[in-house]
Design a protein around this ligand. Sequence first.
Ligand code: IMP
Length: 197
Amino acid sequence: MKTLVFASNNAHKLEEIRAILSGCFDVKSLKDIGCEVDIPETGFTFRENALQKATYVKEHFGLDCFADDSGLQVEALGGEPGVFSARYATKCGYPVEGNRDDANMNVLLEKLAGETNRKAKFSTCVALIYEGETYFFEGEVKGKIIDEKRGDGGFGYDPIFVPEGHDKTFAELGNEVKNGMSHRARAVAKLAAFLKN
Ligand code: IMP
């Protein structure tokens, strides 16, 4: 079986991708290959960041690899928070005490106060370096930002994001429904289809 590194230590993402690729690929995490560094993500697009992570592994460990990068883009904010999704409050100059996701959502809701265009989308880009070639797989889910947090599930901006065709937030819909339609699931499905063929 071929070995493929997933440039992540996120247990949930690893479990999901291992299940999809079981029998075809031995998927290793960064920890599994002894990569202890926090790989820099200094790009201005999801694609640049995903490629940066995959390239780091290829160059330092000589192994074929894929990496993902995701985030939320809000139309009325010119695509923010984008690649700064994980650290949006800090980037906007707010001190973050306690829950980082809460702080990020509070800043976003404040910036959107009084704004009628609530359109937003989550996007994921997966970069794959495989047998000397580079490939990209993208997934997105469109929706809107509501003006209050609803629901306990998920993570990140899930409590304020309602996907198109639904009236509940990702946090209210629960992981099973979300994972069937999420940006990440869509990108990973394309990656898996490619690797299995
Ligand atoms: P990552 O690239 O998957 O680590 O995502 C970066 C950041 O984007 C996360 O820390 C979250 O703030 C946000 N994000 C990405 N995917 C989701 C999602 O499915 N729901 C809510 N927030 C997300």
